[in-house]
Design a protein around this ligand. Structure first.
Ligand SMILES: [Fe+2]
Length: 360
């Protein structure tokens, strides 16, 4: 099932949703297009059209492109200063030059290619029984235009692995001036190694322009842009809500999508952890994100020097809790402008949902 929170209006009002037909469905999963008419948690009417670029999506894209052109940053707390980025970029460039000077760049590059397959089982008392054992392949921050040599390494790790759902939590692209095909081409290559029984869901990161939506749809992904989708098995369902990037492109629609999603076991897919507190307040059970690259360049022991989180900083790496919600921040598959890692390994994560057995 697909439910769509209307991203074109104020959070307090909604228009009929439009559809996305999932490209990759398992026979065991029922997928129906729904529309939200009014009031929280009241999905009604099924099977809308097949137009990916419905009016609300167009409105979202126009607003997103204006934000991209302004080169401004908006987070949940309002406009964000660009000076941090400038200082960070200058520092990173100096660091990269330094590693080349002392010939540490080769080692950093080898570290960046030394990625890990991580498996996590997470138990939830409210998980519907039919989703016990449900496997989610969580990919984040692929940035494959920055280091395309990651593709064969990641493909070897994924060979023979079968999952139910693929969740891609943003930053598919890396270099702002590179064509999108430089990142989506290698991603398409990597996708050949992945067996996904149900659906491929994605959200955008702060490096991804609005045009990334169409590029990912061509690869079989469904983009969630401040929207929710239902995944049903028999009479049970879970809800997945995906937000547009909240680190740079935050709008109130992101919080509207969290607070107005359907009831049930809910998973949030967001590029960064910076609205984890809002998701926890809205009683989400699981929050999957990336963005930090696990620090990418860390102190010995894996302590990040900079994690690029201006909120919810406790959620910079790995498993964490926010109220009753469990979160997982991926260290990301790829790297940013500087294709090196120190004391931080890239990762692909497979998360298995388990139904917790409550004691009498
Ligand atoms: Fe990233």
């Amino acid at each position: 099932m697909v439910l769509r929170h209307n991203p074109s209006r104020d959070a307090s009002s909604r228009m009929p949703a439009h559809s996305v037909i999932p490209p990759d469905r398992s026979p065991s999963v029922t997928t129906t297009i729904l529309r939200i008419d009014a009031g929280r948690n009241t999905p009604s009417a099924a099977n809308a059209g097949k137009n990916h670029y419905s009016a609300p999506r167009q409105v979202w894209a126009e607003r997103r492109r204006v934000m991209e052109a302004q080169r401004a940053q908006f987070g949940p707390d309002g406009p964000r200063s660009l000076w941090r980025n400038r200082v960070f970029s200058a520092g990173l460039s100096a660091f990269y030059a330094g590693t080349r000077l002392v010939r540490l760049d080769g080692r950093g590059r080898r570290n960046a290619l030394d990625i890990q397959l991580v498996s996590r089982s997470i138990s939830f008392p409210d998980l519907p029984k039919s989703f016990d054992g449900y496997r989610i392949l969580h990919l984040s921050d692929t940035h494959l235009d920055c280091l395309p040599e990651l593709v064969p390494v990641a493909a070897r790790l994924l060979a023979g692995i079968e999952v139910d759902l693929l969740a891609l939590t943003g930053d598919i692209h890396g270099h702002h001036r590179a064509p999108l095909s430089a990142s989506t081409g290698p991603l398409a290559e990597l996708m050949k190694a992945v067996i996904v029984n149900d659906r491929r869901l994605a959200v955008l990161g702060n490096h991804d322009p609005a045009d990334m939506v169409g590029a990912l749809e061509e690869l079989g992904f469904e983009l969630l842009l401040n929207e929710s989708t239902l995944l049903s098995r028999g009479k049970e369902h879970i809800v997945l809500t995906g937000l547009d990037d909240v680190h740079r492109f935050f709008t109130p629609h992101a919080l509207g999508a969290l607070s107005q999603s359907p009831q049930g076991f809910r998973i949030a897919l967001v590029h960064s952890a910076e609205v984890a507190d809002h998701a926890a307040a809205a009683e989400y059970s699981l929050y999957l994100c990336g963005h930090t690259h696990g620090g990418q360049i860390c102190l010995p022991g894996g302590r990040p020097i900079i994690a690029h989180l201006l909120r919810c900083r406790h959620a910079s790496i790995g498993l964490w809790k926010e109220r009753n919600m469990t979160g997982y921040t991926s260290r990301g598959l790829g790297v940013g402008d500087v294709p090196l890692r120190f004391n931080s390994r890239g990762e692909i994560c497979i998360i298995t949902l388990r139904q917790a057995i409550l004691a009498d």
